[in-house]
Design a protein around this ligand. Structure first.
Ligand code: ADP
Ligand code: MG
Ligand code: MG
Length: 930
């Protein structure tokens, strides 16, 4: 249907389905699906995401056609519920909930009990024979509506509530009596009137219209935009609005509200997991106002409801074939489901659940592999506390998100971002977090909160981000005014170090050594499955035997990049290296190179041993030589000092000649200076020494496949010149030691000219390895060491006023020049090209390089060795571009393996789908031909 904007659900039938998430949002589609499954869901209707987009196109107004449709559905809801919206005897109350395609913290909070006013509240009281309940709903409604629709922060309302509680000396909201609530409601209304200069909106129709508009507007609030940006969610999806009959968990002790997961989202164990509160409504459970009870106790409190809940949630898990995160409310012993969605989970549980579900025959291996997000398994590779370390636990909270983190304490999100940009590890400490803290949580290594349960905002978001989190740690007393917290008589200030153990809920004073965990169990199983699907090889960037060993343990099939220069920075070597560089004659230089040879050889022996049977790509010396020498400024100071002190002549002249050589080697732009193959061409004896070391390192018992890589080639002639030397020495060594080594000589493609002239270069090179760090630098003309500042700026231009550069407010107004925007501008850059491969530009250079290179040499071996090698999107790109392997840092290897499997599975799915489509077409054609 072309112009349908509202979808009804109720009485066992819904117009929507689970597959309609794009149109109805996740929440709306699942409410429809549950309704169709005959699960008890309060009836209601969903306004589509399309309406949201129309709202924006229509300059922030809902067109009349849609309003009429809403009206019709409201009548339908009235009929079904036998209540009437705005009726003073039997009022219909609804919740208004946002919900887009993806669950997005940061959208408008839900408004419950909408439809209440000074008249209908009396009707509700009469009808329920419970005046206290009615006014409890009213005070909640005024707070929520004022906060999210009228823009009066809820803190003002909470202050009034708390004041009354302390006057009456009570602790819990549930201890407030009817008179208290009447009093509070009056105060609330006074507050609204004072702030708005207008009374609280009384007409239910107007309340509903305002709430719908507010949901649509919230799609573009800064929190939501930040979340979308950091999760690469497109801005044009829009949000749906769900309007649903209220059910009341706050009607007394036969009523309740709760949340749960069908499996433990932290460990993946198949067990009861969830919390509830008796006599409570909506967000009370997650807000940490009262401490909720574990679901186990519901069995005692409400045995039949408990049984029904277990039945329903089991059914849901089976139906969706995935862990469900659900919300429910019990009204007078009747159970209602209010939400279900696939549960967010830690990497540990994602892996365990995926593997378990294959064993339970719920899903296929392919599905299991696709279930685990590659970036997420980074968490599994994250540190745990070294079991041998001794430490003092100063407080205990809930183990909300596993792993361990050490860092400096900060008390607000902005400060967390500030310090972490300076490269400092931070732990964000808050009473509780809210969506306003997301950027700080993102920047922090770990999160500690004083309030909230296992399903609090902090816990849910931290698990999803893969951050260590200890929640609900009420031992600690936070003073946000003075930026400190106290516990057990100790005071911890901003900047002090603490360590969190998210798996145990422990808060530890000071820094504690951390360790990487074992990679066995379900993880090992999943990785093995992944390996059986993937086609592209996965190698590691490793320079020393220790890293090579870690890489092997993570599943690396060789080394894709060994940077030999790192070997010369060691303390005992850099001196010889310096002398070699300072040498005036070739003979002199050779003498020092001979001293370096055995050291270099030893490194290769270690690497080859760790990579026994696998290829090892060794890049010859790449950096400019002056990197091994002291800084010119330092030397000048030293020489001046020695002169003034009339120091030893020998020492002085040594320093002077060093300075002279440093001055000689000084370059204005070292990145584009004498480096890469140019060094080996000017000083061929360096290349000779390195090749000799590689070839002599070949040992009888270890199978080696060295791939000797010439760096920074831009011309075939450079490649040719170096290759000649490499082959000459390699053959010579083999003859001399009577060995036979299968080696390749190739090059890094890291300059645009090399990619363009790949056909020529491939005449000499037997393999290409795309060095995407340098290729990105040279393609953009960005120096990686200097680009950080303006790349950040480029990624944030949308937050700024196009006119004057001021930072825009939440309502998109500029505080400096008072311009108001309807929509944010686009950013100049939406990603950091040094982290995510720029497929449009750098990617095209790569494609040209592959195509032209293979045009000359069909069996040209092709890999990538930049930072991008472990990035899931780049792995996909490399697979599709016909690479033989990707190479990345050891800790990213499992991520690359999983991504490489996923791209194959997705490719297979696409192929199956298109075969099916072609088959269907073929059948049709055959039919019509007959
Ligand atoms: P969120 O996405 O933040 O969970 P929800 O709209 O799901 O927002 O809900 C906020 C709270 O209000 C939840 O506890 C939910 O169960 C509750 N709630 C939503 N709609 C209703 C309703 N019609 N009746 C009772 N409780 C509701
Ligand atoms: Mg919810
Ligand atoms: Mg390079």
């Amino acid at each position: 249907m072309a112009n349908k904007y509202v979808y009804f659900f109720g009485a066992g039938k819904a117009e929507g389905r689970a597959e309609m998430k794009d149109l109805l949002g996740g929440k709306g589609a699942n409410l429809a699906e549950m309704t169709n499954l005959k699960i008890p869901v309060p009836p209601g209707f969903t306004i589509t995401t399309e309406a949201c987009n129309i709202f924006y196109r229509n300059r922030g107004r809902v067109p009349k056609g849609i309003t009429d449709e809403v009206g019709k559905n409201l009548r339908r809801l009235e009929k079904l519920s036998r209540k009437k919206f705005g009726d003073r005897n039997n009022p219909l109350l609804v919740s208004v909930r946002s919900g887009s395609r993806f669950s997005m913290p940061g959208m408008m909070d839900t408004v419950l009990n909408l439809g209440l006013n000074d008249n209908t509240v009396k009707g509700l009281a009469k009808k329920s024979e419970n005046e206290r309940f009615a006014f409890d709903c009213y005070r909640r409604f005024i707070t929520m509506f004022s906060d999210v629709v009228l823009g009066i922060p809820k803190e003002y309302f909470e202050e009034i509530l708390e004041k009354r509680k302390s006057e009456k000396d009570i602790d819990l909201d549930t201890d407030l009596d009817t008179d208290d609530l009447l009093f509070i409601v009056k105060k609330f209304k006074d507050l609204v009137k004072k702030r708005l200069k207008k009374p609280f909106p009384q007409a239910p129709d107007r309340q509903l219209k305002m709430a719908i508009d507010a949901v649509f507007r919230s799609w573009n609030n800064p929190r939501a935009k930040y979340y979308r940006k950091s999760h690469s969610i497109p801005d044009n999806l829009g949000t749906a609005v769900n309007i649903q009959l209220m059910v009341f968990g706050n009607m007394g002790n036969d009523s309740a509200t709760g949340v749960g997961f069908t499996r433990n989202p932290s460990t993946g164990a198949k067990e009861l997991y969830g919390e509830y509160l008796l006599n409570a409504q909506g967000e009370d459970v997650v807000a940490g106002i009262r401490t909720p009870k574990g679901l186990k106790e519901l069995k005692k409190d409400m045995p039949s409801v408990f049984k029904e809940l277990i039945d329903i949630t089991k059914r849901l898990e089976k139906h969706y074939r995935d862990v469900q995160d659900y919300e429910f409310t019990v009204e007078n012993d009747h159970l209602y489901m209010l939400q279900t969605r696939s549960g967010k989970r830690t990497a540990t549980s994602a892996v365990k659940i995926a593997v378990d579900m294959v064993k339970e025959k719920l899903i296929s291996k392919e599905a299991a592999i696709l279930r685990v997000e590659p970036a997420q398994i980074d968490q599994l590779l994250h540190p745990i506390i070294d079991p041998n370390a001794s430490y003092t636990v100063i407080a205990k909270g809930l183990p909300a998100s596993p792993g361990a983190a050490t860092g400096m304490v900060v008390f607000n999100a902005d400060r967390a971002v500030e310090l972490s940009t300076e490269g400092k590890p931070v732990i964000l400490v808050r009473k509780e977090t809210s969506p306003d803290d997301i950027h700080g949580m993102d920047a922090a290594k770990g999160i500690l909160t004083a309030k909230g349960g296992m399903t609090s905002h902090a816990a849910v978001v931290a698990r999803q981000m893969g951050k260590t989190c200890v929640a609900g740690c009420d031992d600690i007393e936070i003073d946000e005014m003075t930026n400190r917290f106290s516990v057990q008589g100790k005071t911890i200030m901003e900047g002090d170090f603490i360590t969190l153990n998210g798996s145990m809920g422990e808060v530890i004073l000071g820094e504690v050594p951390l360790m990487t965990p074992e990679l066995t169990g379900a993880f090992g199983v999943l990785m093995k499955w992944a390996d059986s699907f993937r086609k592209i090889g996965v190698r590691a960037n490793a320079d020393v035997p220790r890293d090579a060993q870690v890489a092997r343990d993570f599943g690396a099939e060789g080394i894709g990049l060994c940077r030999t220069e790192h070997m010369f920075f060691a303390e005992d070597r850099v001196n010889i290296m310096q002398k070699m560089i300072l040498a005036k004659t070739v003979e002199d230089r050779k003498k020092y190179l001979d001293m370096l040879l055995p050291m270099q050889k030893k490194d290769f022996v270690g690497l080859f041993k760790a990579m026994d049977g696998y290829p090892v790509t060794i890049r010859l010396l790449d950096p400019p030589l002056h990197e091994f020498l002291p800084k010119m400024e330092d030397l000048m100071v030293e020489v001046t000092k020695l002169e003034l002190l009339h120091a030893d002549k020998g020492l002085l002249s040594e320093k002077k000649s060093l300075l002279a050589r440093v001055e000689e080697l000084h370059e204005f732009n070292p990145m584009l200076g004498l480096r890469g193959c140019r060094v080996g061409i000017l000083y061929p004896e360096i290349t000779r020494m390195q090749v000799r070391a590689i070839m002599e390192a070949a040992k009888k018992k270890v199978k080696i496949y060295p791939e000797i890589m010439i760096p920074l080639v831009s011309m075939k002639e450079e490649m040719q010149a170096q290759k000649e030397i490499v082959v000459q020495v390699a053959e010579e060594v083999q003859r001399k030691f009577k060995t036979k080594v299968k080696y390749l000589v190739g090059t890094m493609i890291e300059l645009p000219r090399a990619a363009i002239c790949a056909d020529k270069i491939a005449e000499e090179a037997e393999f290409f390895s795309f060095g995407t760090n340098d290729l990105t630098q040279t393609a953009y003309g960005f120096s990686r060491d200097d680009a950080g500042k303006f790349i950040m700026e480029y990624m944030n231009t949308a937050e700024k006023c196009v006119g004057c550069g001021g930072i825009l407010e939440k309502d998109l107004s500029c505080p400096d020049c008072k311009r108001v925007y309807e929509q944010r501008a686009d950013n100049i850059l939406n990603f950091d090209p040094f982290q995510t491969l720029d497929q449009a530009g750098v990617g095209d250079l790569i494609k040209i390089g592959v195509e032209r290179g293979r045009g000359t040499r069909k069996d040209l071996k092709i890999g990538i060795c930049g930072e991008h090698g472990g990035d899931p999107a780049s792995v996909e790109f490399c697979h599709l571009s016909g690479f033989d392997y990707v190479s990345c840092s050891p800790y990213r290897i499992p991520i690359a393996r999983l991504s490489a499997a996923q791209v194959v599975i997705k490719e297979n799915m696409r192929n199956r789908a298109s075969r099916k489509a072609a088959g269907a077409k073929g059948k049709k054609r055959r039919k019509s031909a007959r």
